[in-house]
Write a protein that binds this ligand. Sequence first.
Ligand code: GAR
Length: 188
Amino acid sequence: MKNIAILASGDGSNAEAIAKYFCNSDSVKVAAVLSNKENAGVHSRMKALEIPTFTFPRNEWNSPDEILDLLNRLDIDLIVLAGFLCMIQPSIIEAYAGRIINIHPSLLPKYGGTGMWGHHVHEAVIAAQETESGITIHHVTNEVDGGEIIFQASCKVIEGDTPSILAQRVHELEYTHYPKVIEQLLLN
Ligand code: GAR
């Protein structure tokens, strides 16, 4: 069995899509969700799916010995960021080299980097009158949104789109592709 830990700070709709995709799998298990926010929506979504969640405040993410202990205890094979908004410290990146991935709601390298997350990305894409946006799944390194790209998929930006309409279209791409990319990374 390959074990995943999902890291999430917000609503957790990607975490839910991933957890549902693997809920009957004999080979991949969502072992836990780790968060930095006690009241994030991801906790109730995971409760309904009987997946344990753990909250560590920001200072613990900055000095992550306890987090590394937990990941070790859970025998984690892959760390999956899904709307996680804390920096991943070099000690975690080193311990899980090549085994931490993130999803970003744009076609990187466009609209990435510090401050570019969630609705900020969609607002910027619309303001720039792009006709295309999409998702990027990439390895996590010490450079924000700078790791090697594993997968991209695109969608149209339609005239009149608001950031929340575009976010919905991008989310659909995320739910379709993120679980499959995770499966391929773990099982190939
Ligand atoms: C997702 O769209 C994800 O791509 C984005 O946050 C959203 C989380 O939604 N991540 C980033 O912007 C990271 N830079 P969710 O909590 O419903 O899964």
